[in-house]
Design a protein around this ligand. Structure first.
Ligand code: GDD
Ligand code: MN
Length: 365
């Protein structure tokens, strides 16, 4: 019998959950032809080794190790792309998702009328178990925001538990952003055609072992994903963030300049120089935390990044001046010349620092 189902499990520090999860899959998928693909982002607890130990005796178990990268959605996409089965499920490792839904999901997608079956907490019969009222409220708010970027009327667009038909996934994958936690939302928002779906209710369980990786930064990544899906078609969201941080930097610049002139009464050149350096350093910090959260530089890379940022922005300032002076001399009004210089400088700074400061693939997550 050719294999028909792959179950993708993203993991980061989930060693204690690997074996119980595989045991449950073996029970519930009995009689089907399936595989499970764990995708681990080099977590220090040895999750990948725990998977590998089982994989040596059970060839339904596979392990993908990603090094130097972090991110739930991106990890899932990579693991999904490694499968060749007609149906692919995605499910968390911590036993919060009800694995007994898997055979029913398969029954739902197999006849071909629907592209995707979704485990839903917010459909009649589903639930979130005993969540704090705060977490439940945040989840509801995020759900409402999520519905704004997808055309489908999903009860639980934030679900991380679903089974999709391979072709439907492949049609969408090139448009997916892979940012953050919300892979289902990304899939729906990226599919070139509306996906036919069915939602199956289940109750979200308590995490088995280990801790949740959902933190405030994950919420920030969610905002970025929504932005990408709303505006990303024409302007990269990262550029918008970068430009926003730049505007904030200007405020910092003026505050420092004014402070040094009026406070200690330093000369204009010295105050201006200090303001430039402080504003650039401020921009670097903020961009490193927010704009490039997923490629955040640390340790030595952080220092190297700081100096490449200084270098890129200094050149950007010269280009800004050159463009502005050229336009002004050619008769443009001062505000147009000034704004054009600033925009060209910002685009330059963005493009150069994206490559040389936060170069993807060379950084540690
Ligand atoms: N490879 C990889 N890389 N896996 C990760 C990463 C990562 O950076 N971050 C988290 N994971 C894995 C975890 O090990 C776990 O198996 C799964 O992704 C979900 O992470 P949790 O930390 O358990 O998240 P949660 O329970 O708070 O969130 C779940 O519920 C949300 C709905 O409230 C997830 O299913 C979300 O997708 C879902 O939106
Ligand atoms: Mn969890």
């Amino acid at each position: 019998m050719t294999r028909e189902l792959s179950v993708v499990i993203p993991t980061f520090n989930e060693r204690e959950n690997v074996e119980p999860l595989i045991e449950r899959l073996i029970t519930v998928l009995d009689g089907l032809s399936w595989e499970v693909v764990f995708v681990n982002d080099d977590s220090p607890d040895g999750t990948a080794d725990a998977v590998a130990a089982i994989a040596t005796r059970d060839d339904r178990v596979r392990c993908i190790r990603r090094i130097g990268r972090r991110g739930l959605s991106a990890a899932c996409i990579e693991a999904m792309l490694s499968t060749t089965t007609p149906y692919v499920a995605v499910m968390d490792a911590d036993l919060q998702h009800d694995e007994t839904l898997l055979p029913r999901m398969l029954e739902a997608v197999k006849p071909g009328a629907v592209d995707i079956a979704i485990g839903s907490r917010y459909t009649e019969g589903g639930g979130v178990g005993d969540w704090s009222s705060e977490r439940a409220a945040i989840s509801r708010l995020a759900t409402r925001l999520g519905r704004m970027v997808i055309k489908a009327d999903l009860g639980d667009p934030m679900s991380g538990f679903f089974m999709v038909e391979q072709h439907a996934f492949l049609e969408a994958v090139r448009h997916m952003s892979g940012t953050g936690f919300k892979i289902l939302l990304d899939l729906f928002a990226s599919s070139p055609r509306p996906l036919c779906f069915v939602e199956l209710p289940y109750t979200f369980r308590q995490r088995h072992a280990g801790e949740s990786k959902l933190d405030t930064m994950v919420a920030w990544e969610y905002v970025m994903l929504l932005g990408e899906k709303m505006f990303g078609g024409w302007i990269p969201v990262r550029f918008l963030l970068f430009a926003g941080v730049g505007a904030l930097g200007l405020v910092v610049h003026l505050a420092v300049l004014g402070g040094l002139l009026k406070g200690p009464g330093l000369s204009f050149p010295i105050s201006q120089t200090a303001a430039v350096i402080i504003a650039m350093t401020f921009n670097y910090f903020v961009n490193n935390v927010f704009t490039y959260r997923d490629k955040r530089l640390k340790g030595f890379g952080f220092l190297r990044g700081l100096f490449s940022f200084y270098a890129a922005c200094s050149l950007g300032a010269l280009i800004n001046l050159a463009v502005a002076i050229y336009l002004f001399d050619a008769g443009s009004p001062w505000w147009l010349a000034g704004a054009a210089g600033a925009v060209v400088g910002a685009v330059w700074n963005y493009a150069i620092t994206a490559t040389f400061t936060w170069n993807s693939g060379r950084t540690k997550g």
